[in-house]
Design a protein around this ligand. Structure first.
Ligand code: FAD
Ligand code: NAP
Ligand code: SF4
Length: 693
């Protein structure tokens, strides 16, 4: 092993007693972290997220505004989205890369913005390896990834050396651009991880064949990067603690890798969990909060470096608990800082209840990445749009009525009031939240409570007058300068023999609200998002998301993390009911579900033995059950109940009455267009309208 660079040992778990610490709120979270040559102001690392703004230098001013807001919001160390060290490491053709001196200058916008906001910033070096969506991709061995159509070229020994030089060169350029450090991406199944795991490294030369040779690429990369950047530069190494794939690394190999990258000059070890091709969910909303922290805790005694816990840490009490228990030295918040850039500042001020919490839906962030769209956030449409969507104070306040306190109306009312309008919000129901009050009852969707809590507090804070239990009428709205109709949807009814007369036929609202107790056998008509949610509600007795060990057993995760890839045989709990999920469209069900979460829903229902049928014709319902025809063959499903989840229609009575009375109104959310409506569109539409009023 080559001579080690000298890096002063960091002072971990420093007491929160100086002026940079909070006023007693979350003292471990706001304790500075002394890295020897530099100090981070707190323990919040903003985890790397690809926003889509990294790919073109012309977007860097937008990226700088995005980071400026997060730095001003209090993040300690920001890690950028991934930048490839060369073209063969591209995530996609002409994607983000830092390999030439002339690529440095635009980065200075970014580093300045972060520093102006008081944060440190590190550039993530991400070589995509066989995950690169490009014919140029390279890998340790010629093995196609199951999630990529391209097959990589296996590198020669000289080719391997060239990749290491590329990392060192990029890191040096990052330093020139003003970054405080780099994060070397060694997890999630990307290039470095492909070298370390027997699954993807079939080499028999100096770079594969034994555990020591498999990790050599990671260690040499850290060593050469350290040589290139000098002693006083942060090197975060993202270590794959759990590969969650067959033939992944084993725990002793991961420990050896941690020790070796420490010796090679890393400053911080960040946790990586699960390859992109893993069939175990790692970040979606049904993953328990802080599900993976015990893996970080298990590596910590083996190194003297600060270690970072990651994934599903979305509220300050969770973060503080992790740090206070000594399981990690920092916490990584990625999506939570998309949802609320001021998360750290609010926590530090003891205002956790004001945090707009990430509900881990992936709908506007990760799903956008996989759809090649720029990233935003379902609960915060300004994320990634900071320069274009501004909530500017108004010059003259208007009286604004918003009807409907679902996501669209809540977003519209709070943004309009924040800008200075006098806003009254009406809802016929006795609670705010609209359909989110049903969504939050679905097992694994408990986070939806947080959005309702956030909006409740923001209504009070911005001075919105709230009139619950009030069915708005045109007369009630006559005096307002602006009227916004956000009355949502009505569930669509179905029409076939027996559908309107049988007591067996019920709606999803009856089921999710608990008004109807569904029998032991049920059929669900409609396999959209709500049909899938209702199937989970009916088959899962109580939510495993709330109990980490039950959840891990369901997905076959070794609680001790010692099995290869940390995988054991999944042990799903038996279904609470026998359920059929049906749709008229032929083919597989759930095709329109989110790219990064749909597979989790499908796998969950499969494990609960839900029978999913496409191409169904509904013939009728009687005492014997639901009669259907599939592929020309008739059958009767012997069910106690048929739950209708057949989509939604706009609820427009009020809007039509206003139009008839000659009063103009704005129409948003489900009341505007119900087809393919989701909360992302509802909140964005409400916020964008309020920004213009
Ligand atoms: P709604 O939420 O329907 O709110 C309309 C409100 O208007 C209601 O509170 C109603 O009481 C009120 N109202 C109606 N008429 C009047 C009147 N005349 N006077 C006063 N008040 C009135 N979306 C996602 O993006 N992701 C998900 O994971 C997701 N899961 C879901 C799970 C379930 C079980 C359900 C039911 C929905 C889910 N959705 C999800 C959909 C999402 O909840 C809706 O897209 C969103 O709620 C639509 O918002 P909205 O404000 O337009 O309407
Ligand atoms: P949806 O996604 O439009 O699905 C409706 C389902 O009903 C389809 O499977 C459709 O399939 C069926 N259907 C439509 N008309 C029918 C009819 N006349 N008779 C019988 N079946 C009929 O709507 P949804 O499930 O009600 O969801 C509403 C919105 O909430 C969605 O747009 C979704 O975005 C959102 N949501 C999202 C999530 C999420 O996890 N992201 C979860 C829940 C809800 P066939 O036409 O093939 O029969
Ligand atoms: Fe979190 Fe959903 Fe926003 Fe992504 S879109 S940051 S998962 S709330």
């Amino acid at each position: 092993m080559p001579a080690q660079p000298e890096v002063n040992p960091p002072a971990l778990n420093a007491p929160a007693s100086n002026e940079t610490a909070s006023n007693g709120h979350y003292p471990h979270l706001f304790a500075p972290l002394d890295l020897g040559f530099t100090t981070l102001r707190n323990r919040v690392l903003m985890g790397s997220m690809h926003t889509g703004l990294e790919d073109r230098a012309s977007d860097f001013p937008k990226l700088a505004a995005y980071f400026r807001e997060r730095a001003e919001g209090g993040a300690g160390l920001i890690v950028t989205g991934g930048f490839a060290p060369n073209v063969v490491g591209w995530l996609k053709p002409f994607g983000s890369k830092l390999s030439w001196p002339w690529e440095v200058r635009p980065h200075k916008f970014i580093t300045k913005a972060a520093h102006d906001g008081g944060a440190k910033i590190a550039l993530q070096l991400l070589h995509a390896g066989r995950y690169g969506y490009s014919p140029l991709q390279v890998a340790p061995s010629k093995l196609k990834a199951p999630i990529n159509p391209f097959t990589p070229r296996a590198l020669s020994s000289r080719g391997v050396e060239r990749q290491i030089s590329a990392y060192a060169n990029s890191a040096k350029l990052a330093r020139d651009a003003g970054y405080d450090g780099v994060e070397i991406m060694g997890s999630e199944g990307y290039f470095i991880n492909e070298f370390t795991a027997p699954r993807t490294n079939k080499r028999n030369d100096a770079w594969g064949g034994t555990p020591g040779k498999r990790m050599r690429f990671a260690v040499e990369t850290v060593r050469r990067v350290r040589e290139a950047v000098g002693r006083d530069f942060i090197i975060v190494y993202r270590l794959s603690l759990l590969d969650l794939v067959e033939d992944g690394n084993q725990w002793d190999e991961i420990v050896a890798q941690a020790k070796a990258v420490e010796a090679a000059g890393a400053t911080i070890i960040n946790s990586g969990v699960g390859w992109h091709e893993a069939r175990v969910p790692t970040i979606v909303t049904s993953v328990p909060r802080a599900a993976w922290v015990d893996a970080t805790a298990k590596i910590k005694p083996h190194v003297a470096l600060p270690v970072v816990a990651t994934n599903r840490i979305n509220m300050p009490d969770v973060a503080e608990g992790i740090l206070a228990s000594g399981k990690a030295d920092m916490v990584s918040l990625a999506r939570p800082l998309l949802a609320d850039p001021h998360w750290p500042a609010k926590a530090r001020a003891g205002q956790a209840q004001r945090i707009n919490t990430c509900i881990a839906c992936n709908q506007a962030c990760l799903d956008h990445v996989f759809d090649n769209k720029s990233v935003s956030c379902l609960v915060n449409p300004r994320a990634g749009h900071e320069t274009e969507l501004a909530y500017k104070p108004v010059l003259s306040a208007k009286r604004v009525a918003v009807v409907g306190a679902g996501p669209a109306g809540l977003a519209c009312a709070t943004v309009a009031a924040e800008r200075g309008h006098r806003v009254t919000l009406f809802d016929a129901s006795n609670e705010i939240g609209g359909q989110f009050n049903y969504a939050k009852r679905v097992p694994g969707k408990e986070e939806f409570h947080e959005t309702i809590r956030y909006f409740g507090n923001t209504l009070a804070e911005t001075g919105v007058e709230l009139k619950l239990g009030t069915l708005a009428t045109p007369e009630l709205l006559a005096e307002f300068d602006e009227v916004v109709v956000a009355t949502g949807v009505n569930p669509r009814k179905v029409a076939f023999p027996g559908s309107d007369s049988s007591t067996k036929v019920v709606g999803y609202l009856d089921v999710l609200s608990g008004r109807v107790k569904v029998g032991a056998k049920a059929a669900i008509i409609g396999a959209g998002g709500i049909g899938f949610d209702v199937a989970e509600f009916l088959t899962v007795e109580d939510s495993p998301t709330l109990d980490k060990s039950r959840w891990m057993a369901e997905w076959g995760i070794d609680p001790d993390f010692s099995a290869r890839g940390a995988l054991l045989k999944p042990q799903p709990e038996p279904p609470a009911r026998e359920v059929w999920l049906l749709q008229r469209t032929p083919g597989a069900l759930g095709k329109k579900l989110g790219k990064t979460s749909g597979w989790v829903h499908r796998a969950t229902l499969k494990a609960k033995k839900v029978k999913m049928l496409g191409g169904v014709e509904y013939l009728g319902i009687d005492e014997t059950g639901l009669r259907i025809r599939v592929d020309g063959a008739e059958q009767t499903l012997p069910v106690d109940h048929v739950v209708v989840c057949a989509g939604q229609e706009p609820r427009r009575e009020l809007f039509d009455q206003l139009a008839a009375a000659g009063k103009s109104a704005h129409l948003i959310g489900g009341a505007d267009v119900a087809a393919e409506l989701d909360a992302k569109r509802a909140i964005a539409q409400g916020s964008r309208l309020a920004a213009r009023l």
